[in-house]
Design a protein around this ligand. Structure first.
Ligand code: NG6
Ligand code: CA
Length: 511
């Protein structure tokens, strides 16, 4: 694969300019000035967006970005849940190579160690101002977890981000507070925070003991401490002045993201904007509540689209569009009932969150890990659709390439430079991608083939009603003729199964 090369063959609209630039260094300086924004949705499905086929919910802002840019149809996150996908995105290493990279509790310690090379540190060393705003879910603090009432060490600021405003884990996990740089945002020191995932702390009511206090009831799990009328995973007490208001999360983090852009409008910047939408609990602002006709899940999609629109508006207002690459994608596939009774299943109608794909979040089928992926760069890339096989894990090496940098030898071991594919100059991309399901199963896509490793595990996740893709037998699908992975043809294609099993083995062993 084309690793870490600097590719001057981008920017079709700027070819005249580029031909005048003789040296690689001069080229790097030109492109170095391009800002990068990665908007990372949570649990947004391949079929949840207008330009990917949704009709019951409208997403005009994302659709507009797609019209101005490239809409990828064969793009993949690395894992079917949040923490491992985010770990891979930031480090360029498959999470399944490391223990302890599954879905983390809200009091977990950092799983990316201070000083490690990340997508942010790479861009920082290219002179970018780097920020992360929104969902983190990669742990904070040294072993033992973060000091919520003091300085929060081992966080984004220690792995290349200049600024952070984050939710430590997920909306459904305590503590329900934001962290800005090293402090809990808005914390009153006289009301310190205590968090536990093992036993009840303090005297705040819980969902299991006090269901009458709930404005949204759990369908499975999520019955511990109640915050804002919603019971969560984990127990907390204290920090009243710092608690987020679920209805305002999108407004708050989108506002912070817009501010970050404004403050850094004169420098190159990298913004990793990880929305809480459309993860549970889905509690959109009243501007969106009831507007989709599909209940809170559909309303959260409207809210997500609004957030994307605000970012685009800010960029346009500052006249930065030709200088800013905006990527919109998701950390994993869709789920309908993920633990709260929010009518997502009842009001779905004919909407298909995963579009034509089988399975969803948690699953080894493509619904878990084939995601929307749009690259916008006004005036700089030729709008269109690309069916090139791409993976989020390549963003790190591709951005290194964009900024004329070489990754240190041990950094981003699984990340490859496919900048030319991202900007539509080429469709010759990865030969294969790896997908990782919640129970640890790996799948390999190569060309039209998809192979899913055999192994134990239930076929249906009974809580979420998701098809897991688990099977004691090897599975092989031809995605060209069978995108919905309905016909397992492993038994008819032993040679292909053998080839893919061997390839998977060699990738696992790092060859
Ligand atoms: C699961 C939660 C689910 C969600 C998921 C993580 C229960 C019963 N389910 O354990 O609601 O929080 O973890 O989602 O607790 S992710 O998108 O952050 O990976
Ligand atoms: Ca997720």
């Amino acid at each position: 694969m084309n690793k870490r090369k600097i590719n001057p063959a981008i920017l079709p609209g700027a070819l005249g300019l580029l031909s005048a630039i003789s040296s690689q260094a001069a080229f790097s300086q030109q492109v170095e000035k391009s800002n990068i924004i990665v908007i990372y949705a949570d649990d947004l499905g391949y079929g949840d967006i207008g330009c990917y086929g949704a009709t019951r919910v409208s997403t005009p802002n994302i659709d507009r970005l797609a019209k101005q840019g490239i809409r990828f149809t064969n793009a993949h996150c690395t894992s079917a849940t949040s923490t491992p996908s985010r770990y891979s995105l930031l480090t360029g290493e498959y999470a399944w190579r490391r223990k302890g990279t599954g879905v983390l509790p809200g009091d977990a310690s950092a799983i990316i160690q201070p000083g490690r090379t990340t997508i942010a540190s790479v861009l920082k060393s290219a002179g970018y101002r780097t920020g992360v705003i929104g969902k983190w879910h990669l742990g904070l603090g040294p072993q033992g977890g973060p000091d919520w009432n003091g300085n929060i060490e081992s966080g984004p600021l220690d792995i290349g981000f200049d600024y952070c405003f984050i939710m430590p884990a997920t909306g459904d996990r305590v503590p329900c507070v934001f962290v800005e740089n090293r402090k809990v945002f808005g914390l009153d020191p006289n009301d310190p925070i205590t968090v536990s995932y093992n036993n009840k702390v303090g005297d705040w009511p819980t969902g299991s003991e006090n269901p009458g206090l709930l404005k949204m009831h759990p369908s499975h799990g999520h019955d511990m401490t109640i915050v804002n009328g919603i019971s969560r995973i984990g127990y907390m007490t204290g920090g009243r002045s710092a608690l987020w208001v679920d209805e305002d999360i999108a407004d708050v983090i989108t506002g912070k993201a817009a501010n970050f852009i404004k403050e850094n409008k004169d420098k190159p910047f990298f913004l990793y904007f990880a929305t809480h939408d459309i993860h549970v609990p889905r509690v959109p602002n009243q501007r969106f509540a009831g507007k989709s006709g599909m209940g809170p899940r559909g309303d959260a999609i409207l809210e997500f689209d609004w957030s994307v629109g605000e970012i685009m508006k800010t960029i346009d207002y500052l006249k930065l569009a030709r200088k800013t690459i905006i990527i919109v994608t998701s950390d994993n596939g869709p789920v309908v009932d993920d633990g709260y009774k929010d009518q997502a299943a009842e009001l779905l109608g004919n909407h298909k969150p995963a579009g034509p794909l089988r399975g969803g979040k948690y699953s080894a089928f493509d619904g878990g890990t084939r995601v929307i992926f749009i690259v916008g760069w006004k005036g700089k890339i030729k709008p269109g659709t690309s069916d090139a096989l791409i993976s989020q894990i390549d963003l790190m090496a591709s951005f290194a390439s964009l900024t004329g940098q070489k990754l240190p030898t041990s950094a981003g071991p699984d990340s490859h430079d496919h900048l030319d594919v991202l900007v539509g100059k080429s469709k010759t991309s990865r030969d294969w991608v790896i997908e990782h399901s919640t129970n640890g199963r790996l799948s390999l896509i190569k060309g039209d083939w998809k192979y899913i490793e055999p192994g134990p595990g239930p076929k249906i996740n009974v809580n979420t009603n998701t098809e897991t893709g688990n099977d004691p037998m090897p599975q092989l699908y031809n995605l060209k003729t069978d995108l919905g992975e309905k016909n397992n043809i492993a038994a008819l294609n032993h040679a292909v199964v053998k080839e893919l099993t061997d390839l998977l083995q060699s990738i696992k062993s790092g060859k």
